[in-house]
Design a protein around this ligand. Structure first.
Ligand code: PEP
Length: 260
C-alpha cells in the first residue's frame, strides 16, 4: 500500500492512440480485469483522445464501470475563436473528472508556457474538474544538477494564482522528461526526492494543509514491475501511465500494485 494516507490515483494517458472502437474494447477489457476491491482502494482514470471521450463516457456510464473519465488537455477559455481547441466547459458536460494540463509533450512540442498552464488550471477548477499538472526536467537539466530548481519554478509558475483550499482538488504529476516513453524510470529514491521537494514547495507557498492534501503522481515508464516500489514512497500518491496504459493486462496489474 502507499505510504501516505492520500487516496492513490492511477491514470492512463492514452495520448494519440486508439480510435473510438478500440477505446471501447480497452475499457471493457479493463472493466473485467480491475475489480470492485481494486477501485475501493485506488482511484483509476482513463484519458482517451478527444474523439473517443463521448464514446468512453457512454461505455463507463451505461455499464457502470467505476473508472473516472479524463482528458489529456484543454484550452483556458470556455468558448471563442480558437480553431481546433477544446473547451473545458464542454469537457465538464461530458462528466470528465481529471484533465492533464502541461504535459511535457504539450510544453515541448506545442510551446505551452507555465503561464498558459496556470490559466488552464484555473479553467479546469472553475468547471469543478481536477487538473493533473505535469512538471519535470529534461535529461540535460538533470545532468546539470538543476532538477529541483526546474521543478520548483514549474510548480510556482503553473500553480500561480491558486488558493490554499484548492489543493484538495489538485494533482501534480512529476514526470522526468527523459523517462517518458523511453523505458528509463527514475529510481524510487530519486522520484521520492523530487516529489518531496514538490510537496515542500507547496508547503512553503500555500501552507501545510495544502501540501498534505495535494496528490502527487510519478510518471515515466511506469510498469507493473516498478510500481510497487514507487508507490511505497511517502510522497508518491499515484502514477501517470502512458504506454503501459494501452495494454489492459499491464494497466490492470499496475492498478493492482502489491505492497513493495
Ligand atoms: C506519459 O505520457 O505521461 C508517460 C509517463 O508515458 P510513459 O508511461 O509511456 O513513459
Amino acid at each position: 500500500m502507499p505510504a501516505s494516507s492520500r487516496r492513490p490515483l492511477i491514470s492512463g494517458n492514452w495520448k494519440m492512440n486508439l480510435n473510438h472502437y478500440d477505446a471501447i474494447q480497452l475499457v471493457q477489457k479493463l472493466s473485467y480485469l480491475v475489480t470492485k476491491d481494486d477501485v475501493e482502494r485506488v482511484d483509476v482514470s482513463v484519458h482517451p483522445p478527444f474523439t473517443d471521450i463521448r464514446t468512453v463516457q457512454t461505455a463507463l456510464e451505461s455499464d457502470r464501470i467505476p473508472f473516472f473519465l479524463g482528458a489529456q488537455n484543454c484550452h483556458s477559455d470556455d468558448a471563442g475563436a480558437f480553431t481546433g481547441e477544446v473547451s473545458p466547459a464542454f469537457l465538464s458536460k461530458l462528466n470528465v473528472r481529471y484533465v492533464i494540463v502541461g504535459h511535457s509533450e504539450r510544453r515541448q512540442i506545442f510551446g505551452e508556457t507555465d503561464e498558459f498552464v496556470a490559466a488552464k488550471v484555473s479553467a479546469v477548477l472553475k468547471h469543478k474538474m481536477h487538473p493533473i499538472v505535469c512538471v519535470g526536467e529534461t535529461r540535460e537539466q538533470r545532468e546539470a544538477g538543476s532538477t529541483l530548481d526546474v521543478v520548483a519554478a514549474q510548480i510556482l509558475g503553473s500553480l500561480a494564482g491558486r488558493e490554499s483550499t484548492q489543493f484538495l482538488d489538485l494533482v501534480v504529476a512529476y514526470e522526468p522528461i527523459w523517462a517518458i516513453g523511453t523505458g528509463l524510470t527514475a529510481t524510487a529514491a530519486d522520484a521520492q526526492e523530487v516529489c518531496a521537494h514538490i510537496r515542500g514547495c507547496v508547503a512553503t507557498t500555500w501552507g501545510a494543509d495544502a501540501a498534505n492534501s495535494v496528490r502527487i503522481q510519478y510518471g515515466g515508464s511506469v510498469k507493473a514491475g516498478n510500481v510497487p516500489e514507487l508507490m511505497a514512497q511517502a510522497d508518491i500518491d499515484g502514477a501517470l501511465v502512458g504506454g503501459a496504459s494501452l495494454d489492459a493486462d499491464e494497466f490492470a496489474r499496475i492498478v493492482q500494485f502489491p505492497s513493495a
